[in-house]
Design a protein around this ligand. Structure first.
Ligand SMILES: [Zn+2]
Length: 105
């Protein structure tokens, strides 16, 4: 029996883009690119409505469920990167205050 082959697996994540007045977070949905038994290249994401190969009818519902499950169980840092950026900014601020105590010339 031939097996379908996963070509690429992309985890759901945010891309951080540094801009002059802050940061832009761009959400990327996770997806899997795989080569079906029949040679067809399929792209499946956690929200794919179609979970079967249009050409040979092979079912990939389990894989789609798996991608979906992973997206719902991501770590906090991946889902809310700004919380972590804020914390590191606060830590930097505290270090600055320690270096330059209030009242010093
Ligand atoms: Zn197929």
């Amino acid at each position: 029996m031939k097996m379908s082959r996963i070509i690429e697996r992309i985890q759901a994540h945010y891309d951080t883009l540094e801009v002059p007045f802050g940061r832009i977070y761009h959400w990327h949905q996770g997806h899997v690119i795989l080569e079906c038994d029949c040679g067809e290249i399929l792209t499946l994401s956690g929200t794919s409505a179609k979970t079967t190969c249009w050409r040979c009818g092979a079912a990939y519902g389990t894989l789609v469920n798996d991608i979906h499950y992973r997206e719902e169980h991501l770590g906090d840092e991946e889902v809310h990167p700004w919380d972590y950026d804020l914390q590191s900014q606060e830590a930097q601020h505290l270090r600055d205050e320690a270096a330059y105590p209030e009242g010093s010339p």
